[in-house]
Design a protein around this ligand. Structure first.
Ligand SMILES: Nc1ncnc2c1ncn2[C@@H]1O[C@H](COP(=O)(O)OP(=O)(O)OP(=O)(O)O)[C@@H](O)[C@H]1O
Length: 359
C-alpha cells in the first residue's frame, strides 16, 4: 500500500507533468498506458494550437482521424546518468532514423532539468504480449493461430530488416516492444538499446535486452554481432506467439544457457514448417541462424492458401475450388485443453537494469 505522503508526492508530480505538457501544446490524461524502468507512458491529446503549428503531427493525426498521442515521460533526474547521456539519445536517434510505417513515430520532444517528454504515435491496441495473452484466453488455448502469427511475424521481420538495412540493431526485441496500431499493424518501439553500426560484421560487447529474449552469446558475455543477436530474439518472439510461452525461462543467465544447451522442446502441436523456422532461428551458434532473407522466404512464411492457390493455378490455369481446408488454413493441429498460464512480462535486464554495461 502506498503511503499518504507517497500518494501526495505522486499527485504533485503528475500535476506538474500536466502543466508542462499543456505549456507545450498537449493535454495529458491520467490514463497510464505503460511503464518502463525510468518512464511512464500516458495517453495524451494534441491541442488545436499544436496542430496548427506542427504540420507532421497534424497530417498524421488527420489520417488517423483522432488527436491522441502517447506521451512517454522519462524521469531523467532519477535515471542513471548513462541512461540520459547514452541510451536516451540512441532511442531518439533510432526513432528518427527508422521508417514511420513500421516503427513508432516520434512527433516531438520537450524537456526540462527533471524530465524528458517524448510525444509518440499512439499504438492503440497495446503490445504483442497483451495480444497473445488476450487471444489465448479467448481461444482457451495458449498462443495465436499460426495464420495470425504468420501475418504479424512477416511484419516484424520486415521492420527488423528495415532497421538492419539502415545500420540499426535493436538489441531489445521482445513481445512488449512490439506494439499494435488501430489497424492491427505492428510497430516496433523501445529503441533504448538500439545501436548504430558502420561495419556490418563488427562485434559489440554491451549486455542489452531481457534475459528471456537474449541471445546465448550475450548471456555468455562474449563479443557478439548485433544482427545475429536480433535473429535469436525473433526466434523467441515467434515461439511465444505460437505457443503462448517462452522457449527458455530462467532468471539467471547461466541457468538459461544450460537450458538452451539442452535443446528446444515443443509442448503443443505446431506445423513442422513453423518448428523448422523456430529451430532455424534459435541456433546456439550465431552463424548457424537463418538470415533475415532466409526467414522472409522460409516455407512457413508463405501463406498456405496462396501457395496452394498458386500451385493449382500453375497446373490448371484456373483457381482451385474452395475447400474447408483452404477456408481455415491453420496448420496448428487443434488445441489441447490447457491451463490458463499467461505469458509474463520479461524478467528485468541483467544486473537490475543493464545500464551499467560496456559501450
Ligand atoms: N507509442 C505507444 N503507444 C502505446 N503504448 C505504448 C507506446 N509506447 C510505449 N507504450 C507502452 O508503454 C510500455 C513501456 O514503454 P517503453 O517500452 O517504451 O518504455 P521503456 O522505459 O523503454 O521500457 P523498458 O524499461 O522495458 O525498456 C510499453 O511496453 C507499451 O506497453
Amino acid at each position: 500500500m502506498k503511503s499518504c505522503a507517497k500518494r501526495e508526492a505522486d499527485r504533485k508530480t503528475f500535476l506538474e507533468q500536466v502543466r508542462e505538457s499543456k505549456e507545450n501544446g498537449y493535454l495529458l490524461s491520467s490514463r497510464k498506458i505503460g511503464s518502463g524502468a525510468f518512464s511512464k507512458v500516458y495517453l495524451g491529446y494534441a491541442t488545436q494550437e499544436k496542430l496548427k503549428q506542427n504540420y507532421k503531427l497534424a497530417s498524421d493525426l488527420r489520417s488517423k482521424r483522432h488527436a491522441m498521442v502517447a506521451i512517454k515521460i522519462i524521469s531523467t533526474d532519477k535515471a542513471p546518468l548513462e541512461y540520459s547521456r547514452k541510451f536516451l539519445p540512441r532511442e531518439i536517434y533510432s526513432l528518427n532514423a527508422t521508417y514511420k510505417h513500421i516503427n513508432i513515430q516520434l512527433y516531438e520532444m520537450y524537456r526540462n532539468s527533471r524530465r524528458t517528454y517524448l510525444v509518440l504515435e499512439l499504438a492503440s491496441r497495446g503490445d504483442l504480449l497483451e495480444h497473445i495473452n488476450a487471444t489465448s484466453d479467448r481461444r482457451e488455448c495458449p498462443g495465436l493461430e499460426e495464420e495470425e502469427a504468420r501475418r504479424l511475424f512477416r511484419q516484424i521481420v520486415s521492420a527488423v530488416a528495415h532497421c538492419h538495412n539502415v545500420g540499426i540493431v535493436h538489441r531489445d526485441l521482445k513481445c512488449e516492444n512490439i506494439l499494435l496500431d488501430e489497424r492491427g499493424f505492428i510497430k516496433l518501439t523501445d529503441f533504448g538499446f538500439a545501436n548504430r553500426y558502420s561495419l556490418r560484421n563488427s562485434l559489440m560487447s554491451t549486455f542489452c535486452g531481457s534475459v528471456a529474449y537474449t541471445a546465448p552469446e550475450i548471456l555468455m558475455s562474449k563479443k557478439y554481432n548485433g544482427e545475429l543477436a536480433d535473429l535469436w530474439s525473433l526466434g523467441v518472439i515467434l515461439y511465444a506467439m505460437v505457443t503462448g510461452k517462452l522457449p527458455f525461462k530462467e532468471r539467471q543467465p547461466h541457468k538459461m544457457i544450460h537450458m538452451i544447451k539442452q535443446g528446444l522442446s515443443f509442448r503443443q502441436p505446431l506445423s513442422p514448417e513453423c518448428q523448422s523456422l523456430i529451430q532455424g532461428l534459435l541456433q546456439l551458434k550465431p552463424g548457424a541462424r537463418l538470415g533475415l532473407q532466409q526467414v522472409a522466404t522460409h516455407r512457413w512464411m508463405l501463406p498456405a492458401t496462396s501457395a496452394i492457390f498458386q500451385q493449382a493455378l500453375n497446373a490448371t490455369g484456373r483457381p482451385p475450388e474452395r475447400s474447408p481446408a483452404l477456408e481455415k488454413p491453420s496448420a496448428q493441429g487443434g488445441c489441447l485443453p490447457c491451463p490458463r498460464v499467461c505469458l509474463q512480462r520479461a524478467a528485468p535486464q541483467l544486473g537490475g537494469t543493464g545500464w551499467g554495461a560496456l559501450g
